[in-house]
Design a protein around this ligand. Structure first.
Ligand code: IMP
Ligand code: MG
Length: 470
């Protein structure tokens, strides 16, 4: 009996080593390791890895675990089993009484009685942990532990190798870690250049992300988990998954169906889909991608007429004048697009105010975002109103808010003329909003498309020509 168990372990270790030497992706290697463990113990197994903040653990590869258990989502690293932080395996013999369990109800619902947790570490680096979930109160043996520890070493090796292999390649990016902190470890192999580009944009603005964080089984609890969905990115600060669909239109239909299924089965999951057009538009904003050379060549539709804008700006100014009655706010504008809005808004505000401007570098201009024209007014103790033309992804605004907050103003609010909520990637609080706009690019009243149509007195949707003949 004991012998056969050792045999099973030996065979699994051999197979794990073979997988390690294969040309598979990191994700596939981790899947294999989880599967081998699951088969050997004949029970549920999960590999959890730290996200970029190291505050959370994410189910990265899982086998034989009920979907609703995986659905419990992101694990708070501090409250989770301590093994991931340390070097030692942790064994919880009885889930029902042990205080170290974060999701006790869920574990009980899944019929989990004992949990073995083994850290995935290599030298100083802690990557995460392997978790083995037993459905009975398990009698753990020394060979169980050394087997799991061996596979955890192999998982650490897989992660370390991926880092080393790709260190010298262009466009490399770390996994599970703030890229600013460690350029050499935890490197992602992107399936698609557009994903690498997207990650570079997020890096540029200092937004943490995780590549292919989690695989969602798209079946009910009783069915076999044959269909899966793995979103491309996860943004921990937003608790948002992002799927880039930059592929051909005929593949998009299948993906849409999977996404609908995902939303049915995991209603609490927030996921945002970026279609090719959305994505190209995002890139074009930074002068990259296929739309970089495109031009707006006429107006398709007027969204807000000059008199509608005028009316709304008056209302906003009235609200602001009331809210800031006994104060002297400092209106701060960013970049160029705010110009018309600021000029009209400030003339309708009936209380004394100050005015200043700033500008930040765009993605593609420099290595990382920086302030290219700073505020001259001292900000300590001031009541700032940040005035924006439009909030799209929210990336620019998020950066601005952090930058200004660091200068100790006594308050900071945001006033934007337009809000395109559908495209939001970063959660920013907007205090004053003129209009919500649909998911289409707009021009006029200060807003441009490649410097075109800024001086229109109204706001409109332009007709865009993709590749103009020069
Ligand atoms: P975000 O960082 O993605 O929120 O982008 C904000 C900035 O992108 C705005 O301040 C604008 O300068 C620009 N932008 C976003 N959408 C549009 C648009 O539809 N028309 C013109 N400029 C836009
Ligand atoms: Mg702007």
């Amino acid at each position: 009996m004991a012998l056969s168990k050792e045999r099973v372990y030996y065979k699994a270790v051999r197979q794990a080593i073979t997988a390690l030497g294969s040309g598979e992706s990191l994700k596939e290697k981790l899947d294999t390791i989880a599967r081998l463990l699951s088969r050997s113990f004949d029970t549920g197994v999960s590999i959890v890895l730290f996200d970029s903040t190291r505050k959370h653990l994410i189910h990265t590869a899982s086998w034989k675990l009920p979907p609703y258990y995986l659905r419990k989502g992101i694990i708070d690293a501090e409250k989770s089993l301590a093994e991931s932080a340390g070097e030692k395996p942790v064994f919880i013999e009885d889930v029902s009484t042990d205080p170290r369990i974060q999701y006790r109800e869920m574990a009980e619902k899944a019929g989990i009685k004992s949990i073995l947790g083994v850290p995935i570490t290599s030298g100083e680096e802690g990557y995460g942990a392997i978790r083995v979930y037993f459905k009975e109160v398990y009698r753990l043996t020394n060979s169980d532990i050394s087997f799991t520890v061996t596979l955890a070493h192999l998982a650490a090796l897989a992660m370390g190798n991926t880092a080393a292999e790709q260190e010298n390649k262009a466009g490399i990016l770390p996994l599970n870690m703030d890229p600013g902190i460690s350029k050499t470890s935890r490197i992602v192999h992107f399936a698609h250049e557009s994903e690498a580009e997207f990650a570079r944009i997020l890096d540029f603005y200092g937004i943490n992300w995780i590549y292919e964080p989690r695989t969602f089984p798209l079946v009910n609890e009783k069915e076999r988990a044959s269909e899966m969905f793995t979103p491309d990115f996860y943004i921990p600060s937003l608790d948002l998954y992002i799927e880039l669909t930059t592929m051909k239109q005929n593949l998009v239909t299948g993906k849409n169906r999977k996404l609908r299924r995902l939303k049915e089965l995991y209603p609490e999951i927030k996921i945002s889909l970026l279609y090719k057009n959305d994505y190209d538009r995002l890139l074009a904003k930074y002068g990259a991608g296929p739309l970089a050379q495109s031009r707006a060549h006429s107006i398709r539709k007027v969204l807000f007429s000059a008199s509608e804008i005028d009316k709304r700006v008056r209302q906003l100014a009235e609200t602001i004048s009331g809210d800031y009655r006994n104060r002297r706010p400092l209106l701060v504008g960013v970049q160029r697009g705010f110009l018309c809005f600021m000029a009209d808004l400030m003339r309708q505000i009936t209380i004394p105010l100050d005015l200043d401007f700033m500008a930040i570098s765009y993605y593609g201009q420099k290595d990382e975002v920086s302030v290219t024209r700073d505020i001259e007014t001292p900000l300590t103790g001031r009541d700032i109103i940040l005035v924006e033309d439009i909030v799209d992804t929210g990336i620019t605004l998020d950066y601005m808010i952090k930058y200004l907050q660091a200068k100790n103003p006594s308050s900071l609010t945001v006033c934007t003329l337009l809000d395109r909520r559908a495209r939001r990637l970063v959660n920013v609080k907007l205090d004053y909003v003129g209009f919500e706009v649909p998911d289409e690019f707009v021009v006029g009243y200060g807003l441009d498309y490649h410097e075109e149509y800024r001086n229109l007195p109204f706001i409109a949707i332009p007709e865009i020509k993709e590749f103009p003949q020069k």
